[in-house]
Each structure stands twice: as structure tokens, then as C-alpha cells.
Design a protein around this ligand. Structure first.
Ligand code: NAD
Ligand code: FES
Length: 301
């Protein structure tokens, strides 16, 4: 995989660098980037399952991103993002040595990490970045972790060695069959369940449709299933209501009540519908962005 930058900020330089400075950056898959950022306050408090909200500059949108790893020693956090919209493309333009305006976190409730027994961690696409810290924490707590990692094709698989390292058993799926089992992660999970793996819990993180399908697979077997939801977020503080989801017939705010919920109680139809709400605005913002040569309008003023 081609690296965007070879040079990283050395440990000695990190100690004197400005907060929120990017100390490392690599492209880990097409349009998927991993960055290390100086954020000591977040690094010391972060727990698996939590996220941060970034603002690249004064006029940019807020971007919620799961905390992938954190390093107490040098005060950095690792984030992975897919350059899909205007804001993530802006973030992708920052390089090593550049600083993000502000990062709030850690936000959200940490994952409930305990001795479940045998746990399946099923993740799809860039959702693997959010699943990795959970799989790691589950393994460190003594659970038997069976991971199923899927992507559309081999190139889009992320954190494959890292996930394998924290798994007792490890399966790969690709939609096109370029690596591992040809098909969806849900197919492999169903096969394992039918082989009487006897899962005590299932964690599923990825596109909403994948999490819905996993919930449908485990429901008849009454296997506790937890999903990490990624609705639209604005303040991340439980005040704006942008991230509302319906769980068990009740309105919940994913940023403060979640992001993890009982998969069998989530109204996925509503979640998927709400995520489509801003597709037109997002397309238009991207179009403007392209017309302006990738330069934010606010920087022209
Ligand atoms: P994708 O569309 O490439 O799908 C990844 C995998 O999910 C597929 O390879 C397949 O195995 C599975 N999948 C997809 N559709 C399925 C279906 N209909 N039935 C069963 N399995 C299916 O994923 P992507 O483009 O990388 O997107 C990842 C998604 O994860 C994004 O929607 C992103 O917002 C979300 N995400 C969630 C979190 C979180 O915390 N919940 C964090 C990061 C990303
Ligand atoms: Fe505003 Fe959750 S993002 S209430």
C-alpha cells in the first residue's frame, strides 16, 4: 500500500508539538486514511467504544470518529476515516505537522467489556476501525474472540493483521471473492452459529444494512447482539438531537446513550432513512468543493 508520507514526527518532537498536531499519516486502503494526532487529554481517558468529534477549521463541519487506539505515553490518539464527503476530504488534505482546530472527546459510553465467554466480532469495511479496540479489550479480558472481517474487495480490508492478532479465530470475507470467503460477513456468522459455536455475544459494526442483517441472523438464536451506531451527529453532547435513534420504541441519543445498543431493539429502517436525509446537500457541497479546486470557500475570503 502506498504511503502518503514516509516521515513521521519523532517521539522527542511530539513532546514539544502543538496539541492536535498530526504526527503520522498513512493511506491504509483506497480513500481510507489513518492519522495519529496529539490529544493527551483524550489519550489518558479513552476507553474502547468511545469516539471523538473533530473540527478541521473554524468553518468546517464536526466529524465524529471512533477512537481506534490511544497512547498514554506520548499522548496521541489514532483515528481512521474514509474520505466520502466534503468534511472528510478536508481532513484528508491535512498532512503531518498540520494541526486540527479542535477535538472533543472521549465521547459516548464505553463498551461493556466483561467476561462473556465466546464472542463473535463481526465488522464490515471501515467499521473494522471501530471494532478493533473492542475486540482487543474483549481478548484482554479473557474472552474467546472469533472475528469476521469483511470488505467489498481485498484492497478495502483494513486492520487485517491487527484484528487477527486479537482473535482466537479469524475469518475474512470479500463481496467479490478476491480474498477469503466470497460473500458477506453475515454468511460466515450464520455458518458458525449453525456449526454450534455457541456464541455468548456478538458485536457487529459496519454499514447499517450489515448491522441490521446480523441482528436478523442472531435474533432467532437469542444471542445477545450489540451494534455501534453511526447516525448523523452535530454537538455530540446530547443537546442538538441530530443523532436520535429509536431503540426498543424509545428515542435515544447515540452520542450520550450509545453509540452501542442492543441490536435486536434498534429501528434500523428509521436509522437508514435518516442517514439518507442529507445525501443531496452532501453531493452539492462536494460539487462546489470540486469547482473551487478543492479549496474551502472560507479560505478565499
Ligand atoms: P461496505 O458497504 O463496503 O460493506 C462492508 C461489508 O459489510 C461488506 O463487505 C459485507 O460483508 C457487509 N455488508 C454490506 N452490505 C451487507 C448486506 N446487505 N448484508 C450483509 N452484510 C453486508 O462498507 P463501507 O463502505 O466500508 O462502510 C462502512 C460503514 O461503516 C459506513 O456506513 C460507516 O458509516 C460505518 N461505520 C460505522 C462505525 C460505527 O461506529 N458504527 C464506525 C465507522 C464506520
Ligand atoms: Fe447532538 Fe447527539 S449529536 S444530541
Amino acid at each position: 500500500m502506498q504511503k502518503l508520507q514516509q516521515q513521521t514526527i519523532q517521539t522527542t518532537e511530539i513532546a514539544t508539538a502543538k496539541t492536535h498536531t498530526i504526527t503520522d499519516k498513512k493511506q491504509i486502503a483506497p480513500q481510507i486514511t489513518q492519522i495519529d494526532v496529539i490529544a493527551p487529554d483524550i489519550a489518558t481517558k479513552a476507553k474502547a467504544g468511545q469516539f471523538a468529534i473533530l473540527k478541521v477549521h473554524e468553518n468546517s463541519e464536526r466529524i465524529p470518529l471512533t477512537l481506534v487506539t490511544w497512547n498514554n505515553k506520548n499522548g496521541t490518539i489514532t483515528l481512521i476515516f474514509q474520505e466520502v464527503g466534503f468534511s472528510t476530504k478536508e481532513l484528508g488534505k491535512l498532512n503531518i505537522g498540520d494541526a486540527i482546530l479542535n477535538i472533543a472527546g472521549p465521547l459516548g459510553k464505553p463498551s461493556e467489556i466483561k467476561g462473556y465467554g465466546k464472542v463473535a466480532v463481526v465488522c464490515g469495511g471501515v467499521g473494522t476501525a471501530a471494532a478493533y479496540p473492542i475486540a482487543k479489550a474483549l481478548k484482554e479480558t479473557g474472552n474467546t474472540v472469533i472475528s469476521v472481517v469483511g470488505a467489498r474487495n481485498q484492497e478495502l480490508l483494513v486492520l487485517e493483521p491487527e484484528m487477527q492478532a486479537v482473535s482466537n479465530e479469524f475469518y475474512i470475507t470479500t463481496d467479490d471473492g478476491s480474498k477469503g470467503h466470497k460473500g458477506f460477513v453475515s454468511d460466515v456468522l450464520k455458518t458458525l452459529i449453525d456449526k454450534n459455536y455457541g456464541f455468548d455475544a456478538v458485536y457487529a459494526i459496519g454499514p447499517p444494512i450489515m448491522m441490521k442483517v446480523i441482528a436478523d441472523v442472531t435474533r432467532p438464536y437469542k444471542i445477545k447482539t450489540i451494534v455501534s451506531l453511526n447516525p448523523i451527529m452535530v454537538d455530540g453532547m446530547g443537546m442538538c438531537g441530530a443523532c436520535r435513534v429509536t431503540v426498543g420504541g424509545q428515542t435515544k441519543f447515540a452520542c450520550v446513550d450509545g453509540p452501542e445498543f442492543d441490536a435486536h431493539q434498534v429501528d434500523f429502517k428509521e436509522l437508514i432513512q435518516r442517514l439518507k436525509s442529507y445525501v443531496t446537500e452532501e453531493k452539492s457541497a462536494l460539487q462546489t468543493h470540486r469547482h473551487e479546486g478543492g479549496k474551502c470557500r472560507c479560505q478565499n475570503q
